[in-house]
Design a protein around this ligand. Structure first.
Ligand SMILES: CSC[C@H]1O[C@H](OP(=O)(O)O)[C@H](O)[C@@H]1O
Length: 355
């Protein structure tokens, strides 16, 4: 276990270097990229060396802390102008997850609240805030697990999609945080993990995490989920989220919407586990969420080898949006939000954490 007690640390500070576990190499190799510049941290987000909305947010915050050190400014006004440009550059790294915008805003607030202490002291506070956000994320995920563990049956099967685990966060996980908490309570359930084409977060990352901790799990192809639900093999579905709008619509990995519709068809509870930092109160509906389109090569190639004929045109929409009517509840660090979502999300955002 690392010093945070986490089985896995996807991101961490080591002195003045921000270290990112390169998830493109998992499960075969655990290699950390040492980010000593904002460009390296931003690149790690763009090329998905680090992925998962909260982990992306934490890396964005680190990119801001690293970038602040790079700013050449003799006065605070000049520093602020360059700092705002840095924040905009970091936020553009990936468009769909809200945690990136949220984390960069947390960093910007540090500067705004400390303009009088001088540039060097501001830079130091940004480095401290970036590390604090990682530790806060772990605690928030533990609270999500504590609230959510009761949706997992004492025996039976939970299906999850993509990777919303320690690798997608500061180290504990949202959907996998719920599963971890239920396991730590002694429940004897089974996990079905969808492989989640094309990046294979499920097969490469979720199975990596669950096997590491001895949580019973079976990998399935994405297209097997419906049949298992039809055969009554699944008791509950728990997934993560990248952005949740004020009315409870949920952006998550492409394929999540299909699972939600199937779950509703088969009367299976469908839960979304996410910190409140994933909730975007400024967007009222899911159709306002920017959906990232990634290179088609990420579909036509696997491990660098073509799995489609040369010249194949591929459309890779990396996320989809599940309307709130398919969502049984949103598991957060302050409780499980249920409908009416607009009202109850607003109340949840006003609560103090942990109450
Ligand atoms: C806990 S958020 C995890 C979330 O992020 C994943 O997307 P990506 O791997 O492309 O960053 C996926 O949507 C997961 O549910």
């Amino acid at each position: 276990m690392s010093n945070s007690g986490m089985a896995i640390r996807p991101v961490l500070w080591d002195g003045d270097v921000f270290r990112v576990l390169d998830q493109r190499l998992l499960p075969h190799k655990e290699h950390y990229i040492d980010c000593d510049t904002s460009d390296k941290a931003i690149r790690a987000i763009k090329n998905m060396a680090v992925r998962g909305a909260p982990a992306v947010g934490l890396t964005g915050a680190a990119a801001v802390a690293l970038g602040a050190r790079e700013i050449d400014a003799r006065d605070v006004d000049t520093f602020m102008k360059k700092f705002d440009r840095l924040c905009d550059r970091v936020k553009r790294a990936r468009p769909t997850g809200y945690n990136l915008e949220w984390a960069v805003e947390q960093m910007r607030l540090v500067v705004v609240e400390n303009l009088s202490i001088g540039i060097d002291a501001i830079v130091e506070k940004l480095r401290e805030k970036s590390e604090a956000l990682i530790n806060e994320d772990i605690e928030v995920n533990r609270a999500i697990g504590a609230w959510g563990k009761d949706v997992i049956p004492a025996e039976g099967a939970v299906l999850t999609y993509c990777n919303a685990g320690g690798l997608a966060t500061g180290g504990y996980g949202t959907a996998l945080g719920v599963i971890r908490a239920a396991w730590e309570e002694g429940k004897k359930f089974h996990v079905f993990a969808c492989e989640t084409r094309p990046y294979l977060q499920g097969s490469r990352l979720t199975m990596f995490e669950l096997l590491k901790e001895g949580i019973p799990a079976t990998l399935i192809t994405d297209n097997a989920a419906g049949f298992l639900m039809q055969k009554k093999k699944i008791n509950v579905v728990v997934v993560g989220a990248d952005r949740i709008t004020a009315n409870g619509d949920v952006a998550n990995k492409i394929g999540t919407y299909s699972l939600a519709v199937l779950a509703k068809t088969h009367n299976i509870p469908f839960y979304v586990a996410a910190p409140r930092s994933t909730i975007d109160p400024m967007k009222s509906r899911g159709d306002q969420i920017p959906i990232e389109e990634r290179p088609g090569r990420e579909i036509t190639h696997l491990g660098g080898k073509a799995i489609a004929p040369a010249g194949t045109e591929a459309l890779y929409l990396a996320f989809d949006v599940t309307p709130s009517r398919y969502v049984s509840g949103i598991i957060t660090e302050v409780g499980i939000i249920t409908r009416p979502y607009t009202r109850n999300i607003r109340l949840a955002l006003q609560k103090e954490a942990g109450k």
